[in-house]
Design a binder for this molecule. Structure first.
Ligand SMILES: [Zn+2]
Length: 480
């Protein structure tokens, strides 16, 4: 009879003599480099990280020229929406659209369920190929969502967004809200049932996050109901807040306080709460707010921030500034929000912009941001078994090929990845001990076919909205 002990049954997979490993030092609470060691796992759990694995091995993988690292965690992304916007939203050529150009675009470009599915399928594959193993998927519920997440092989927190108002603009200068509290209540009920379904999903890799959509589109009652549900069910809690100049001013007019202070007054902030994106706080120099309490409030309450610098940088804005948040004790995790959904590039952007915003190179370092994209994200999700490579943790790991020219010289492999090679070096990915990317090819989703389908869906939706050519002109005119 076969033994259930993987060391005896020979069920282990072992990467032998990996040139570099990003291991975990529990005492120092820090990632560390290990050299020339083994990484072994059985089933969904790691059984050894570093040193020589002496147990029985069923599958041995040569670790020469390889870096083995924990899978990255994307704390904030919208795969059902953002890939399908590619080519439209990176810049807005129409100066009339002021701060609501993106909203004007999205009123014209409305993905239906088929388009959302095509976008998500592409986006999930894109993230796997770039070394991401866990994500928070903030989407408006669509048919087939959970099955697609399960099929992807990723570890996913499904975050069905609900809200009490739709917002829109007619001039591009001003934002209007259509309030319909029933809309929020109905969407809340639908979200509760989807979250329950995610938590029970037989694949075992799905969980959920309570997600009122935006601070300015939810009634106080809806936000309070969301926070209560999160507390009662021990789920993480998310809302988009302090994410635009328009939102900051509108909320200050509405409540005579900042978005963050208002959330605090509702009891929304706390250890399991994450705000996307807390850029426009009272400390942001554009706001000219007379006192600065927001960052302190985030730190005091243990509230985390989903920091997604690329989408803001494209609009000419930046969080002021990342190391001030970190030094104040604010917990930071990294998300992509927009496309490309590539956390290596997002970390690079976060690191570079933090220095620009602070006006000094002595302000942030790669280790802090890698920690944010792994350990801190896992903590927000209530997990100590992902985002790190240590015995007993989940076998969610990424193998990078350090012989890839864009990754060399390999004096410091993490810097080689973040400042250079990014996803080009990602060769193999495992989630829950299952291989989901092998030799740069995503196994769970046919990515080239998903790209083809995405292109067709984008053309179909864009074909119904001729004004898009004015809202989002191409980079170069097409000569007829
Ligand atoms: Zn977002």
């Amino acid at each position: 009879m076969a033994s259930e002990d993987p060391l005896l049954s020979g069920a282990a997979t072992c990467i032998r003599d990996a040139s570099w490993i990003i291991g975990w030092d529990e005492t120092a609470h820090s990632h560390i480099y290990l050299r020339d060691g083994d990484v072994a796992w059985a089933g969904d759990r790691l059984i050894q990280v570093g040193g020589r694995f002496e147990g029985a091995v069923e599958t041995e993988i040569d670790g020469a020229d390889r870096l083995v690292m924990p899978g990255l965690i994307n704390i904030h992304c919208h795969p059902s929406q953002t890939p399908i916007f590619r080519g439209f939203v990176e810049e807005f050529g129409n100066p009339r659209l002021f701060y609501s150009g993106r909203q004007a675009f999205r009123q014209g470009f409305l993905p239906d369920v088929a388009a959302q599915r095509a976008s998500a399928r592409y986006g999930l594959a894109e993230m796997l190929a770039a070394g991401t193993t866990s994500i928070v998927d903030l989407s408006h519920t669509y048919d087939g969502w959970l099955d697609l997440l399960a099929e992807s092989g990723l570890r996913v927190w499904a975050a069905p967004m609900f809200r009490s108002a739709r917002w829109w603009t007619d001039t591009g200068q001003e934002i209007h809200y259509d309030w319909a509290p029933d809309l929020g209540e109905d969407a809340f009920k639908e979200a509760v049932s989807l979250m329950d379904e995610a938590d029970r999903h037989p694949c075992g890799r799905l969980a959920s996050m309570v997600s009122p959509a935006q601070v300015d589109t939810c009634t106080a009652d809806l936000l309070v109901a969301g926070a209560r549900l999160a507390r009662e069910t021990d789920r993480p809690l998310h809302v988009h807040a302090a994410q635009s100049y328009a939102e900051f001013n509108g909320m200050a007019r509405r409540n005579d306080m900042t978005s963050i202070a208002w959330l605090h007054s509702l009891g929304f902030l706390g250890e399991r709460t994450v705000l996307g994106h807390a850029v426009f706080t009272d400390a942001h120099p554009w706001m000219q707010w007379p006192n600065h309490r927001d960052v302190e409030l985030l730190a005091e309450t243990g509230t985390a921030v989903a920091h997604c610098p690329t989408v803001f940088a494209r609009d000419g804005t930046v969080l002021h500034h990342l190391s001030a948040y970190l030094d104040a004790g604010v917990r930071i995790a990294i998300g992509t929000d927009t496309h490309p959904q590539n956390l290596f590039e997002e970390i690079r952007m976060a690191e570079t912009l933090a220095r620009v915003a602070a006006g000094t190179r002595h302000t942030i370092d790669t280790a802090r941001l890698f920690h944010a994209a792994t350990i801190e994200a896992a903590r927000i999700l209530g997990r100590t078994d992902i985002g790190r490579l240590s015995a007993g943790a989940k076998a969610d790991l990424v193998v990078c090929d350090l012989s890839e020219p864009s990754a060399r010289p390999v004096r410091d492999p993490l810097r080689s990845l973040i400042y250079g090679a990014a996803e080009r070096a990602v060769r193999d990915v495992w989630v829950d001990g299952q291989c989901v990317v092998a030799d740069h090819r995503v196994l769970t989703i046919d990515w080239p076919a998903a790209a083809e389908a995405l292109e067709q869906e984008q053309a179909r939706i864009a074909g119904t909205a001729p004004d898009l050519e004015l809202i989002a002109p191409r980079a170069l005119p097409i000569k007829r």
